[in-house]
Every structure is written in structure tokens, then in C-alpha cells.
Design a protein around this ligand. Sequence first.
Ligand SMILES: Cc1cc2nc3c(=O)[nH]c(=O)nc-3n(C[C@H](O)[C@H](O)[C@H](O)COP(=O)(O)OP(=O)(O)OC[C@H]3O[C@@H](n4cnc5c(N)ncnc54)[C@H](O)[C@@H]3O)c2cc1C
Length: 435
Amino acid sequence: MTHPDSPHVAVIGGGICGLAAAHRLARRGTRVTLLESSDQLGGLGTFFAHEDQWVERFYHCIMPSDVSLLALLGELGLRDAVRWRETTMGMVVDGRHHGFNSALDLLRFSPLRLHDRVRFGVVSLLLRRLGHGRDLDTLRTEDWLRRLYGDVVWEQLFAPMFGSKFGPSFGDVPALYLWQRLGRERNVATRGYPDGGYKTIIDALRTSIERAGGTVRTETPVRRLHSTGGRSVLTLTGGEVLDADHVVSTVPLPLLRRIADDALATRLPDTDLPYQGVVTGVFFLRQPVTEHYWTPVLHSGTEFDGVVSMSALAGTTGGRHLVYVMHYTDRDSQLYLDDDAAIAARWSVQLRGLYPALGDGDIEEVRVFKAPFVEPVYPLGYLAARPPVTVDGTGLLLATTAHVYPDVTSWNSSVRLANDVVALLADQPAVTPAR
Ligand SMILES: Cc1cc2nc3c(=O)[nH]c(=O)nc-3n(C[C@H](O)[C@H](O)[C@H](O)COP(=O)(O)OP(=O)(O)OC[C@H]3O[C@@H](n4cnc5c(N)ncnc54)[C@H](O)[C@@H]3O)c2cc1C
């Protein structure tokens, strides 16, 4: 239960980072109020109802190396609720389907010439070791991969594959990001998915916060954030005002800038980090299209760049095969601004073009979801430019996806960041209110 003399901490944002931070604060007796603007907790891990099941808007899975997240699940009694499965990867190039998992798959991979396939295999085996001890944070991904794999592999595979995540400037992203990512993911990989979906984790976090005396408020956007004498004043809807000794903001920096008052805005880090958004299509299919969990789609005339078969990991949903397709894009792009129904119609045709066995009536339902701030596009040398977590003299702490680098943005890295920020808060006393 909360300690009566405890400082009051307001957490802005009820995604995994805010939930994990509030959970940890409440459990150690700190008075905490979590404020979430939407009607659902979970942020990018939110969900929708499909018949009697909950389905994530954006595909999510857990990796065995997600130690911070798994430790949190252990605290919530959910460690054994994660179902693990061996998953594989496919690849579609020029409309042709390939397995992309074994040495034999690579030898048969016709989009590359034989000597490029061999080079690809050898370099890929050694890549993590080749990166060791190098300053990959200041090395462009394109320069690193072109040198190791050659121009053909860069242009045919990597530029479209990884470029689909970061947009046209992927080549400029530090090679360290890719190196970290390869440490997290493999083609053949054990992946986990929680029983009952991510909602189970989100609900358990809310219960844990409230049981420990914390307050969770949804549909409560923070409209204004003002800092005075080291304390913070949050203005909510209807002019309601909340005082806090400390604020943990988990919202992307461009959104925080919009709610910070002028004085606070000048103290915020001036990093102008671009973010990629995402558009996903969620398909409920009457028959499976692929046994692979993850399939990048290259040069195949689709607007989406990849297919995730969630059923390959989590089984069918209400007897339907759940498939996500995605395109990462700027929130001002034509696709992002396009009408959901028009996207659903076009992507249905494109999915059937990719998997011709899919009949007319096999697509039972399609949902389209968008998120504007998903992937920060890190510049070279970001380790040194990464904004600090504390904002001096304000009682404000930042815990955003811009802070997890060089870790890959994930639930795991958000939980680790939340743990770090709460540990920092542990030593900070309450500030006497200014009179
Ligand atoms: C397509 C896709 C696939 C992904 N796949 C995986 C995966 O397989 N595994 C994995 O671990 N991760 C995955 N991720 C990444 C993961 O979802 C994110 O890294 C993580 O959810 C970020 O959490 P967060 O709490 O930092 O931010 P968010 O989830 O963005 O939460 C921020 C919250 O702040 C709220 N907010 C904003 N403004 C205000 C305001 N003014 N007042 C109050 N609240 C506000 C928002 O509504 C939101 O709920 C994926 C993401 C996407 C989009």
C-alpha cells in the first residue's frame, strides 16, 4: 500500500512502459497516478474483440531473450502463461515464395546468383562476430552491409527489406541497430505468445497497480504540463489540475512537446528525431496461407512489405487464420492518410495475388490499424546524442522509445527502461510545494 509521506508520481501514457513504471512504483509504496488518453490501456499493444477473443491491432510476440519482460511476467504470475513455439521465416521475391531458414534453403534461393548465396550464408554466420569491438554506432548500415555482402545483396535484399522499416533513409541508420536486432531475432526462432493475448498482461498490470494503492485513469489525456519549483502541474480535460512531485512521461517526444508549456518546452531535449508510423492490415482467413511466422515481401507489387502469420505462433483465432500485413510509413504519407476501407480493399486483392490459392470467400474480415509514432529513425552517433532521461530542475523524467536505443523497440526494452527510470526516482525526495 502507498506510504502517506510518499511523493506523488504521475505517469503519462498507459502503454507497456507507463504500466510497468506505475506497477513498480506502486509496489514499492509510492503514490502513483497513471494517465492514459485512450479508452484502452496497452498503447501499441492494444487489442480489439473478434467474436469472443481479443486480437492485437499490431502483431506482437515475446522472445526468450526478453529477460526484463519475462521477469515482470513472473511478478504478475504470468510466466507460465507464455506459450512458446519454434517459428520459421519465408521470403517472397518477385512474387515467388522461398523458405529462408536452412543452408539448403539458401542454396536454393534463386533470386541471388550462387556465389552471392554462398557469400550471404558465410557473412550472415559471422556477422555478429564481425561487428564486435567496432564502433557500429557511427557506421552507416548501408556502408557496413555493402562492404560485407556486396552491392547485389544490398540492393536486392537489404535495401528493400530493412528500408521498409525506416523508409528511404535506412542506409543512414547506425549499423549498431541492425547488430542488436540480429542478436534478438533469428530466422528459425523460438517465439512466445501469452495465453489470452496481450490483454492478459495489460489487465494483470492494472490490477497490480490498483491493488498496491495506485490510480489508473483511462480517457484522461494530459492537455498541458507545467513545471514550477521542481514540481509539476498537469492539466487534464475539463480544466482539472493534478499536482505531482515527479512526472514520468512515456509519450513520444513530439507529443510531449505539444503538451509542455513554453517554459518547460525550452528545457526539453532539442533532439528532432523523426519517427516512422505504421499501417497494418489484419486478415481473418478461412484457410492458412503460409507456415512461416514472418515473410518479407520484396519487389512483388504489393503496398505492404511483409506478412506475419500469427496463427503459426498462436494457433487459430475462433477457427480463423490470423494474418497481419504491414507497411511502415510517415504519418503524413498518402497511404497513412488514405481511407481504411480503401486500404482493406486494395490489400485484399494484393494478398490474393500473393497467395493465389486463397479463394474469393476465404477472406472473412479485414481490419486496418494505424499508429503515427512507432519507430524512431536513429541518426548516426545516436549513443552520444540520445536525450537524457532526466530534465534538469523539473521533476520530469522521460521514458520513451527514443531512449531504448541501441535496444530494439519492444515490450522488453520498454520494461527495462521503466525499471531504470523508477530506480532513478528512488533517490529523489518529494519537493515541498511552492506557495
Ligand atoms: C506493428 C508493430 C509490431 C510490433 N511487434 C513487436 C513484437 O513482436 N514484440 C515486442 O515486444 N514489441 C513489438 N512492437 C513494439 C512495441 O509495441 C513498442 O515498442 C511498445 O509498445 C512501446 O511502448 P510504450 O509504452 O513506450 O509506448 P506506447 O505503446 O506508444 O504507449 C504510449 C501511450 O501514451 C498514450 N498517450 C499519448 N499522449 C498522451 C497524453 N497526452 N496523455 C495521456 N496519454 C497519452 C498513448 O495513448 C499510448 O497508450 C511492435 C510495434 C508495432 C507497431
